[in-house]
Design a protein. Structure first.
Length: 278
């Protein structure tokens, strides 16, 4: 973008009249397809405007972390297709994918399982200290037209809501042997992941003397800093990450956080409706 184009885009956001006609607190249309990957336990494809991402969940039985023997584990990877953006070519896409995966994993699986948000890791426990469910959440960015992190967060939320975990039966071992695990092949008896405490990330960006949600790629070029806020269904803030090097007035930061707190619950309600979850 030329400087004059940046100035015009910034001025539009300051006036609350964005280039695509949205208000500063409006998201682009969200389209979701569920169960698109046959080999996965759950999957979704989500389009946020022209931003296009896929998320898939695979579940496997494994050992729990030695420091947390009574909970399951979550692993997140993000791959950025070189076709999604010229910036993703070479190691640029690999580095950005690692950053996105880290942000998603922190929102879904807190460092302390008792922090009260994210996936209920305790429900993934099978035999304490011996076995638990591992959730492998793999995401792919197909096209980047801005606000990729929010799109991935919503896609992961939908993929988790679409996930079926086989029911487990623990069979006592004979003659002092360790118990065995039997998985029910009938997926009609499967277990669903409780999304009650799972947050969705809303990114609020500062542009000139204003701020807005869900920036397009063109608008991101005008932004000086962004708050990535993980917010639960009740408007509770679960985590905040600041991106960008410009300073931010405390009152502006508070207003941006409040915007995220208002916006995320509405997004979650819309996603739950798509998932047919009450």
């Amino acid at each position: 973008m030329s400087q004059s184009e940046r100035d015009y885009c910034s001025r539009c956001i300051e006036l609350g009249m964005r280039l695509d006609g949205r208000a500063n607190d409006d998201y682009r249309p969200v389209e979701v397809q569920l169960g698109i990957i046959a080999q996965a336990n759950g999957s979704s494809r989500l389009r946020l405007g022209l931003t296009d991402v896929i998320a898939g969940v695979k579940v496997e039985v494994g050992r729990p972390d030695s420091g947390h023997p009574d909970v399951g584990r979550v692993h997140v990877t993000v791959e950025c297709s070189s076709c999604a953006s010229p910036d993703y070519e070479g190691r640029g896409g690999e580095s950005w994918g690692s950053q996105l995966a880290h942000a998603l994993e922190r929102s879904l699986s807190p460092l302390k399982p008792t922090e009260g948000y994210g996936i209920d890791l305790g429900a993934l426990n099978i035999i304490s200290g011996k076995s638990c469910w591992h959730l492998y959440l793999d995401a792919l960015v197909l096209n980047d037209d801005g606000n990729v992190l929010d799109a991935l967060s919503m896609a992961c939320y939908c993929a988790l809501g679409n996930t079926k975990i086989p029911r487990v039966e623990i069979v006592a071992g004979e003659n002092g042997e360790e118990p065995e695990i039997e998985l029910d092949d009938d997926m009609d008896n499967s277990i669903r992941i409780n999304l009650h405490s799972v947050p969705v990330i809303t990114s609020v960006s500062q542009v000139a003397n204003a701020y807005a949600v869900d920036l397009t790629l063109q608008e991101e070029d005008c932004s000086s800093s962004t708050l990535h806020v993980a917010v639960g269904s009740r408007g509770n803030v679960c985590g905040v990450t600041k991106e960008g090097f410009s300073s931010m007035d405390p009152s502006t930061m508070v207003a941006m956080l409040e915007t995220a707190q208002r916006t995320s619950p509405k997004l979650i309600r819309g996603l739950l409706k798509l998932l047919d979850v009450t």
